[in-house]
Design a protein around this ligand. Structure first.
Ligand code: GLN
Length: 489
């Protein structure tokens, strides 16, 4: 048993069988994480005492005869999710000193299932970004090349699992923030259907898109987390009251009879040659596993980015209005209340957050609402209809998870180049679909010295998470790409 490398399933099995204890897992992990994180910077805050306290609780519950699905499994939490008594910053100066007075439902469910909280992970400020570089509070590195970004916005959650600093982590995905960093960091990242997992205690970015999901080093572990966190929560009115079919024990090993949609508009032609070869091989592997590849079309997918960059900023401009220097975190005094608001928000928000607030406020303003926000909502409906039509011909849709493998720090200086990283993830987000990224190989970047991991995105119809995880499991077991790379940190 190696608590630093084992799967969540193996750790939980051993802790439940009492061949090891949660306390031993915690004591092995704490010094390891302190050492590795000096290089990776995945965490904004480590919580060793909380981890020990939970380990004691888990060991007592197991001794009393309970069997816990995540007994003694170390988890990291993206720092836009509340955990009582810990700082919850959203990677922003405006919340740098905010201490959460309650715990997010998804986090609470993990803890109730026996997981051990290692700490809170770094992110692009308010989850706005694709590289991690928009955090106002720290720099997170890619565990497979320290000179490259981990991806974003769930930068630390992906880096921690990819760098073996956590067995599991939680991230949030609004337009790709779980799938894209998962691809960059050689891990599985899974965004369930919108509404499947409670958003209670998640600091809101774009409420009609935000969804919590897991990072793990294998599909089965991601399924294990999904089974624990999914389901109706009375504290989140948008969480869906619909039965969750447990996925972890029911994953398939082949793709016989599965129709895999390859989207005409998601052409591989724009990728560099090495990346294209990785995806061509992945599609061929799917066929070898018994799948039938079918051509499908999403004619409105090309409007995905434009649509998202109206809807997400519009919702963010409204959600972030609450950070006013009165209720939470930072306050910079002024001559009157108006000046206090202005100074607080000017000092507290970073440039990307300000840009989104400005765009969103403009898109919602009277006179422009119909031209921008309403139009974007209509486009969103059309995109969802395109997916529904495509799924009449296939069971899942595959594509790259990101437009390129992890790039070097400061490589993308203008915002639009950064936004283009999410070209493949955003349409599915707008349609609310379950979607994941699974490691599918590695390519040596032209400016690189080490092969960088890449992710295959799989997307399926609403509420078909169990089937989706099954397809990914079959592909993963047959290819085992993640195990071919070793982190440098
Ligand atoms: N990169 C996208 C953005 O910046 C998506 C972020 C996310 O999914 N939270 O908005």
């Amino acid at each position: 048993m190696d608590p630093l490398k084992d799967s969540a399933r193996a750790i939980a099995r051993d802790v439940n069988a009492r061949t090891t204890s949660a306390a031993e897992v915690a004591e092995a992990l704490i010094p390891h994480v302190e050492r590795v994180d000096a290089q990776l910077g995945a965490y904004l805050e480590l919580t060793p005492e909380l981890m020990r306290e939970h380990a004691r609780r888990v060991d007592a519950r197991v001794a009393a005869g309970e069997n816990l699905p995540l007994a003694g499994v170390p988890v990291a939490i993206k720092d836009n999710m509340c955990l009582t008594g810990t700082r919850t910053t959203a990677g922003s100066k405006i919340l740098e000193t905010f201490v959460a007075p309650y715990t997010a439902t998804a986090v609470q469910r993990l803890l109730d299932a026996g997981a051990l909280p290692i700490g809170k992970t770094n992110l692009d400020e308010f989850a706005m970004g694709s590289s991690g570089e928009n955090s106002a509070l720290g720099l997170t590195r890619n565990p497979y090349d320290l000179d490259r970004v981990p991806g974003g916005s769930s930068a630390g959650s992906a880096s921690a699992v990819g760098g073996f600093e956590a067995t599991l982590s939680l991230g949030s995905d609004t337009g790709g923030s779980i799938r894209e960093p998962a691809a960059f960091c050689n891990v599985v990242g899974f965004k369930p259907t919108y509404g499947r997992v409670s958003r209670y205690g998640l600091i809101a970015f774009a409420s009609s898109l935000d969804q919590i999901g897991p990072f793990a080093r294998c599909v089965e572990d991601a399924a294990l987390v999904y089974d624990v966190i999914a389901g109706k929560d009375p504290l989140d009115a948008t969480s869906v009251d619909r039965e969750v079919e447990p996925a972890a024990g029911a994953l398939r090993d082949d793709l016989r009879g599965v129709r895999v949609g390859v989207v005409k508009e998601f052409t591989l032609d724009d990728l560099d040659a090495a990346s294209r070869a990785v995806y061509e091989a992945a599609y061929a592997d799917l066929e070898r596993l018994g799948a039938e590849l079918v051509d499908v079309t999403l004619p409105t997918a090309e409007y995905g980015l434009a649509t998202y960059y109206l809807i997400a900023p519009a919702e963010c401009s409204s959600n972030l209005a609450r950070f006013d220097g009165v209720r939470y975190g930072l306050r910079v005094d002024g001559a009157d209340v108006g000046e206090m608001y202005e100074r607080t928000r000017a000092a507290g928000f970073g440039p990307e957050v300000k840009r989104r607030i400005l765009i969103g406020t403009y898109a919602l303003s009277s006179g422009y609402y119909d031209a921008y926000y309403l139009k974007a909502q209509k486009a969103r409906t059309r995109i969802a209809e395109d997916f529904a039509r495509a799924f009449e011909r296939c069971d899942l849709i595959v594509s790259p998870a990101a437009s390129s493998p992890a790039f070097r720090f400061n490589a993308k200086s203008d915002p639009v180049t950064m936004y283009l990283m999410d070209y493949y993830t955003i349409p599915g987000s707008l349609a609310g679909l379950p979607s994941l990224s699974v490691p599918c190989g590695a390519a040596l970047p032209e400016d690189g010295t080490r092969p960088m991991p890449m992710g295959l995105q799989m997307t399926s119809p609403l509420f078909t998470e169990r089937a989706l995880l099954g397809y990914a499991h079959a592909y993963e077991r047959a290819t085992m790409h993640a195990e071919k790379l070793t982190p440098v940190a």
